[in-house]
Design a protein around this ligand. Structure first.
Ligand SMILES: Nc1ncnc2c1ncn2[C@@H]1O[C@H](COP(=O)(O)OP(=O)(O)OP(=O)(O)O)[C@@H](O)[C@H]1O
Ligand SMILES: [Mg+2]
Length: 273
């Protein structure tokens, strides 16, 4: 049930996504079977589910990189027609330009859109401070750790003040300790800028720790299997990871994913007719 103050930001209305068969053979792939989902303004919403269930496809639909085969996807009540500066995407592997320094990597997009220099420079410096990279403006990507590179990508994503942040396993390649630091950083940035965050992860503890709600998808063709609310207030502290009410939600989500995995394993074992 939506609270009166919660505005709907993103709506998947009976979305189905089929990829055509590749030329020369193969079948078409139904990536998303049917997705019905409303995401609130300034919500942190995570998606978990088996590999290949359509999570990245759902993100690409919001980003406007792909379009539904059936149904509609709406942002602020209007259909998504393509990518736009109101939505920023952060991928698992930071796609930084190796020949640009940190500051140039962060500002390249806004610079090319004609934003005045003093405006984007002061915002870039503020963001680099916010992500803990003050003093690294002149460093090149090869001089940074994986976590630092991911911080650059996040600063770059936030520089145009997007109202929607789309994150596809953004911390998946990082070690445990760095990942925890990045999760906390993300919560701090959310507190400051309050974007709507659509976050894909395979790490259930991560999903529960950062999110207001976790959407569990079924095996492909992906549908929403369950919506799990995480009622703990934000800001969230690290010790939450060990609290009973937190681990209870974590186990609930794990159980839902395991149901899908067990089904897939049994299917693989079934004798071929
Ligand atoms: N551009 C594409 N063309 C054809 N098939 C695609 C394309 N993108 C994805 N698919 C297929 O659609 C299905 C869903 O893919 P998707 O990348 O959305 O899954 P995912 O849930 O993000 O998986 P993972 O957890 O492994 O990242 C897969 O079977 C994939 O092979
Ligand atoms: Mg994916």
């Amino acid at each position: 049930m939506l609270q009166a103050t919660q505005k709907t930001k993103i709506v998947f209305d009976n979305v189905k996504k089929t990829y055509p068969a590749v030329r020369g053979g193969g079948n078409q792939i139904v990536a998303i079977g049917e997705l019905q989902l409303a995401i609130h303004e300034s919500e942190i919403f995570s998606i978990v589910g088996p590999t290949g269930c359509g999570k990245s496809t759902a993100l690409n639909l919001i980003a406007g990189f792909e379009f539904p085969t059936e149904g509609d996807i709406a942002l602020d009540g209007a259909p998504v027609r393509g990518p736009g500066p109101d939505r920023a995407v952060v991928f698992q592997h930071p796609a930084l330009y190796p020949w640009f320094n940190v500051l140039d990597n962060v500002t390249i997009g806004v610079k090319s859109r004609g934003v005045p220099k003093d405006e984007y420079l002061s915002r870039a410096h503020n963001l680099l401070r916010a992500v803990g990279l003050a003093g690294f403006e002149k460093s090149y990507p090869y001089q940074l750790s994986g976590g630092m590179q991911q911080r650059v990508q996040i600063a770059r994503a936030l520089i145009s003040n997007p109202r929607v942040l789309l994150m596809d396993e953004p911390f998946g390649a990082l070690d445990y300790q760095t990942r925890i630091i990045m999760q906390q950083l993300l919560l701090e940035l959310w507190d400051e800028f309050r974007p709507t965050i659509f976050f894909i992860t395979h790490d259930v503890a991560e999903a529960v720790f950062i999110s207001d709600r976790v959407g569990v998808m079924t095996r492909r063709p992906g549908r929403l299997k369950s919506l799990v609310k995480v009622p703990m207030p934000k800001p969230r502290k690290l010790d939450m990871l060990r609290q009973a009410d937190f681990t209870e939600i974590e186990h609930q989500v794990l159980g839902l994913i395991q149901e899908e995995l067990v089904y897939l394993q049994n299917q693989n074992k079934a004798p071929v007719a």
